[in-house]
Ligand binder design. Structure first.
Ligand code: AN7
Length: 398
């Protein structure tokens, strides 16, 4: 069943509904399979390894083998910061971001429901992912993007996979409001993260982190927060495995936002249980350029219940962290993803993260999602003649 997180009203899993009819709050899927974790042994390393925890019909699964992403120990950066650091590389998913986990479940649900048209508003990655999974399932796909504010790689993906791409004169929040209204008229099935089935897929990040650590929770999970679906999903995942008795402890959920788009971090700083909408969100990390996150309430619960926190970072801090991760660990991520590393650095400096803590940073999207930002951060290659002499002069100047 689905359940309202505020008033507890219950709904069937095959109702097409995005928010509570009684009180307007967000919904979540309740999923409590009675299984042993031994069933996961010997299964292929994709997020469907945990299929008993996914509330869809197994025979209808639409998958590109998402999940099972690298869990890299980062000794260089960890030593530098005085912590034990792991990075979960979500850029290694089929379309290059964590959204694929949510879309696999979301599109499977669309197939179960028998809808013909799916849609989303997006800062880019959601649309790239939806376009690919909709193509695989043979569904018509409509995406609304904030004009001029979507990184090139993501735009290329959405168009190339055959989505009908519309550029909205406005920001992400306005685009989402528009397409939500269309969905409520029944014109398409909405696959933004307000759709609780999206979060069911994304909770598998939490499953994998504790599985990767040998059925132990890390001290802390740090991730970028935009529409606030992912932090809510990961918290749901680790809690489900905790309730199932697979792990004994829970991580402190720590969300990072850009200074210019920080409704959640602002609320946490002031100890508030609700957000104030940011009307003109701005950051170079266009993926998280969001002022009215739909899962704000779930995210705030995750942070408070887990004794976690939230922090803001500047665009310069994001770009510095992006380069640091690329050059000390070889992991290339897009700016929004680097916010998790920038936030970690800040929290270590402020002594909010303790020395020796075991920290997992979720890096959410691949470097090449935003090629312009990457190129702009570098100097152009030196041009030389095609001769050994010219080359050795450059690489070994005397
Ligand atoms: C790389 O694609 O909202 O807090 O429309 O692409 O769950 O929203 C993207 C979000 C972090 C924030 N990192 O996750 C979209 C969109 C990357 C992202 C986030 C996004 P949420």
């Amino acid at each position: 069943m689905m359940k309202c997180i505020t008033c507890g009203e219950q709904y069937g899993l095959d109702e097409i509904i995005y928010t509570c009819i009684k009180c307007g709050s967000t919904l979540e899927v309740v999923c409590r399979p009675d299984v042993s974790k031994d069933i996961f042994n010997c299964r292929k390393s994709t997020m469907w390894k945990y299929k008993e925890f996914m509330p869809v019909d197994e025979s209808k699964i639409v998958s590109l083998e998402e999940g099972g992403t690298p869990f890299c120990k980062c000794q260089n950066l960890g030593d530098k910061l005085g912590i034990k650091l792991y990075v979960k590389v979500e850029g290694s998913n089929p379309t290059g971001s964590f959204k694929d986990r949510g879309m696999s479940v979301g599109i499977t649900k669309a197939v179960e429901l028998g809808v013909n048209t799916v849609g989303c508003a997006s800062t880019g990655n959601t649309s790239a992912s939806l376009a690919a999974y909709a193509a695989r399932a043979g569904k018509r796909c409509i995406v609304l993007l904030p004009s001029g504010k979507v990184a090139l790689g993501k735009l290329a993906q959405a168009m190339f996979h055959g989505a009908e791409v519309l550029s909205v004169n406005g920001n992400f929040d306005e685009a989402l409001e528009t397409i939500t209204a269309l969905a409520l008229e029944g014109q398409l099935y909405l696959l933004n993260s307000v759709n609780p089935f999206r979060l069911e897929g994304q909770k598998s990040i939490g499953f994998e982190v504790v599985d990767d650590l040998g059925w132990k929770s890390p001290d802390r999970i740090i991730l970028p927060v935009g529409n606030a679906g992912n932090i809510s999903a990961i918290w749901k995942g680790v809690k489900e495995f905790h309730e199932a008795g697979f792990i004994e402890d829970l991580p402190m959920m720590t969300g990072i936002q850009a200074v210019g788009a920080a409704p959640i971090a602002n609320a946490v700083r002031n100890g508030k249980n609700s957000i104030e909408i940011v009307t003109n969100p701005e950051t170079i990390a266009t993926a998280i350029r969001i002022g009215a996150p739909v899962s704000a309430q779930k995210a705030l619960r995750a942070i408070y219940e887990s004794n976690g926190t939230a922090e803001t970072v500047t665009d310069d801090e994001i770009l510095d962290a992006q380069k640091l991760l690329a050059r000390t660990e070889g992991i290339g991520v897009e700016p929004a993803s680097a916010a998790s590393i920038a936030g970690l650095i800040k929290l270590v400096e402020n002594e909010e993260v303790d020395k020796g803590e075991q920290v997992v940073c979720i890096v959410t999207g691949h470097l090449l999602k935003d090629p312009n930002t990457a190129i702009n951060a570098c100097v152009e290659p030196v041009e030389i003649e095609a001769s050994v002499e010219a080359l050795s002069k450059i690489i070994n100047p005397r």
